[in-house]
Unconditional design. Structure first.
Length: 323
């Protein structure tokens, strides 16, 4: 038994909480649906050995300083841009993530957004529910084909390559750009490496983003990049909102620089209810649901719990990104 407390910042599946209760002498779970405020997070983390966080919880130097007993932050996400990694490293706090359990599910979501925006699924669903299904007309809600189109993948990591595998089933031509060419990953999916993002953008009907948020990828897609895309092309973002400049996206959708976008992430996140992006009919938007299936969220939560347990038991946390 680990003699210490873990604070879990959201209610998780009972079997995950039970697993933690079996190992930690104290398990504190945040019960409200909404996240703890930074003050509440600091209050509940004080005195803990472990903290199990979500992607929307900010783990910064101030939080770490308010919890000097903290040994591990187990983030329930593959991305960890919500954590100040340098501050954690300086204080010797282990940070873990949840790789290899959510990539296929997130790739499904990228494809769902691609199909939904290109075939106008959400727009036509809303119109039909509003009682506007009058006579059938050959020009009603025309969209664009996904099959046979050219897909540009930005970042051919585990999620990007899972998207590429799906694209093969749709007979798509696949291009990708990344910091380095990845011959072993590109060969099985038949993806063509394009060294420059700028060169790739104009060649694609769909551009799907699969990079982590770092200083190098913040605002990767801005006004200049939208200007290089085809006016018939679509942008798909299931990575992080800050990879795309929101004002530039809005302008591109309003001015017809691109045909549409499917986004699961925004900057800011959550998007304010009165944000003009929400008025754009050529936008399909979902609230950061990339990994949101029963099975995958269950696996992520259990993996985060296992990481917290391992780190506090003196073992190696299986998914330490630093520590
Ligand atoms: C991740 O794992 O980084 C996702 O964005 C969280 O759902």
């Amino acid at each position: 038994m680990i003699n210490g407390r873990v604070f879990v910042t959201r209610e998780l599946a009972p079997q995950v909480i039970q697993r933690l209760r079996n190992e930690f002498s104290e398990v504190d779970v945040w019960e409200p649906f909404g996240p703890p405020t930074p003050t509440e997070l600091a209050e509940r983390t004080a005195g803990c050995l472990a903290l199990l966080t979500m992607v929307s919880d900010r783990v910064d130097a101030a939080l770490l300083d308010s919890a000097p007993t903290l040994q591990v932050v187990a983030n329930m996400a593959v991305g960890y841009n919500n954590v100040d990694i340098a501050a954690a490293a300086e204080r010797g706090v282990i940070i873990t993530n949840t790789p290899n359990v959510l990539e296929e599910t997130t790739a499904d979501m990228a494809f769902a957004l691609m199909l939904a925006v290109a075939r106008r699924v959400v727009e036509s669903d809303a119109d039909t529910r509003a009682g506007n299904w009058g006579l059938w007309h050959p020009g009603l809600f025309l969209g664009n084909d996904v099959h046979g189109a050219t897909l540009g993948i930005v970042g051919l990591g585990t999620i990007g390559s899972a998207v590429a595998r799906r694209a093969r089933g749709f007979d798509m031509r696949i291009k990708y750009t990344a910091r380095n060419r990845q011959p072993e990953t590109e060969a099985p999916v038949g993806a063509e490496f394009v060294p420059s993002l700028q060169d790739m953008l104009g060649q694609c009907d769909f551009v799907s983003l699969h990079v982590p948020l770092t200083d190098a990828t913040r605002d990767l897609i801005g006004a200049q990049e939208f200007g290089l895309m085809k006016p018939t092309a679509y942008l798909i973002n299931t990575s992080r909102g800050d990879v795309v400049n929101t004002d530039a996206l809005l302008a591109a959708l309003q001015d017809g620089a691109i045909a549409g976008a499917g986004i699961d992430v925004t900057a800011p996140e959550p998007i304010p209810p009165d944000h003009p992006l929400l008025q754009q009919p050529n936008l399909v938007i979902t609230p950061h649901l990339g990994s949101a299936t029963h099975a995958t969220r269950g696996r992520m939560a259990m993996l985060a719990a296992e990481n917290a347990i391992a780190a506090c038991s003196g073992g190696l946390a299986p998914n330490a990104v630093i520590g």
